[in-house]
Ligand binder design. Structure first.
Ligand SMILES: Cc1ncc(COP(=O)(O)O)c(C=O)c1O
Length: 396
């Protein structure tokens, strides 16, 4: 068992399990589970409220996790809001950043490759306000094409995925954000798929906001991070209101905290933040020990196995920058294929992957996606090859 695989209790219990769905959710290593458990067992108290020592210590821990997670993407703690994940981050931005400035006749642009989380929140506000919701097409490689030609003087915001969750294809976001900045258009990046695979630096990307989810980088579910450039954050309206984000409350009026605390209403997901900070540390350690090169090698092996299966068609992919490949067959439903492979202990993800506009353009019935994590192994890919060769669904 590899040095990474053995750090996941799920694989110590199921050593032969070939898990190919890390793009949906990664398995969680012991070190992350231990950090969460230790916080809850020893250090828990509500934060930002208590004057007793345990609460002050919990507050200091929570804020240290914010510093760690912010540092992971080259941001400062003043620009990092903890959310439930990318979906909540995009809803927050749509309501707090976009809605207050969007007028009838304005427009918002996304690309065809977006996950529904980076489509529906913007589409809804546009429909409600009477603004236009524009969708930029993709080129033959699956990258966003010609997005700047869709920008005009009524464009308020562009929200773009860094890497497609179906194709893994990476968009040139730094280049696009620089052009948007010159035109005074807000830029939002969905980094849900890229955060675990690429070193992210929000200054280098030059975006106004960027979101990712903990569970896609070896952290727990229910926690994610939203970076917002400080000057942009200052212009945003509160999202949810309640305890924690409020300063003064009177019968007729109230005032809210400035900065990131103003966007974290209610008791935060403290155990989740502990897990996310530990996951970031785990990931940084993996990278320092060669996980990116390891995953590129495995990606090539997986690519060669899938390319050899003549009855399946491969969709465009990133060549390994994001270790995701999707395949399809016009007459075999991907769910049937997934069930067939599952009988051999191979778990892959079938369907439309919360990206219906993209899938509807690429295939008639969805696709089967294979994605890798640091615990993936050559043995997993050999198991996949055997599963596909023996699959009773393959056309004769
Ligand atoms: C590209 C992309 N964006 C957004 C999301 C939504 O993330 P979450 O479900 O963690 O909110 C996903 C999840 O699959 C994704 O892959």
């Amino acid at each position: 068992m590899s040095k990474w695989r053995e750090q996941f209790s799920v694989f110590r219990h199921r050593p032969d399990w070939a898990y190919f769905d890390s793009a949906a959710s990664c398995q969680v290593p012991d070190v992350v589970l231990d950090a969460m458990c230790s916080y809850q067992k020893e250090f828990h108290a509500n934060v930002h409220r208590g004057s007793y020592q345990q609460s002050q210590h919990a507050t200091a821990l929570y804020e240290s996790w914010r510093v760690k997670v912010a540092g992971f993407i080259g941001a400062t703690a003043d620009e990092l809001i903890f959310t439930r994940g990318t979906t909540e981050s995009m809803n927050l931005l749509a309501e707090s950043l976009l809605r207050p400035v969007l007028k009838a006749g304005d427009n918002v642009i996304v690309s065809l490759a977006e996950h529904h989380a980076n489509w529906l929140p913007w589409q809804r506000v546009c429909h409600q306000v009477g603004a236009e919701f524009r969708v930029a097409p993709l080129d033959a490689e699956g990258r966003v094409a010609d997005i700047m030609s869709m920008v005009d003087e009524r464009t308020k915001l562009v929200s773009l995925t860094h890497a497609s969750n179906v194709l893994g294809v990476v968009n040139p976001v730094a280049d696009i954000c620089a052009q948007l900045r010159d035109k005074g258009v807000l830029s939002v990046i969905d980094a849900a798929q890229s955060a675990a695979q690429m070193g992210l630096d929000v200054e280098q990307i030059g975006c106004d906001a960027l979101a990712f989810s903990g569970h896609k980088l070896y952290g727990p579910t229910g926690i994610g991070a939203l970076y917002v450039r400080e000057s942009v954050l200052a212009s945003m309206q509160p999202y949810q209101v309640g305890g924690g984000m409020v300063d003064m409350v009177y019968q007729d009026t109230c005032s809210f905290h400035q900065g990131v605390q103003g966007f974290e209403a209610g008791t935060p997901n403290l155990i989740g933040a502990a897990g996310l900070a530990a996951a970031v540390e785990f990931l940084q350690d993996c990278r320092a020990n060669g996980s990116s090169e390891y995953l590129r090698g495995l990606f090539k092996q997986m690519h060669d196995v899938l390319a050899d299966v003549s009855w399946l068609t491969m969709l465009p992919h990133s060549g390994g920058r994001i270790p995701v490949i999707s395949v399809h067959h016009p007459d075999i439903h991907p769910r049937e294929l997934a069930i067939c492979l599952d009988e051999d202990g191979v778990s892959a993800r079938a369907g439309r992957h919360c990206a219906q506009p993209l899938i509807n353009q690429l295939t008639s019935n969805g696709c089967l996606r294979f994605s890798l994590g640091v615990y993936s192994s050559a043995a997993d890919i050999e198991r996949l090859a055997r599963g596909l060769n023996g699959c009773k669904l393959q056309p004769s």
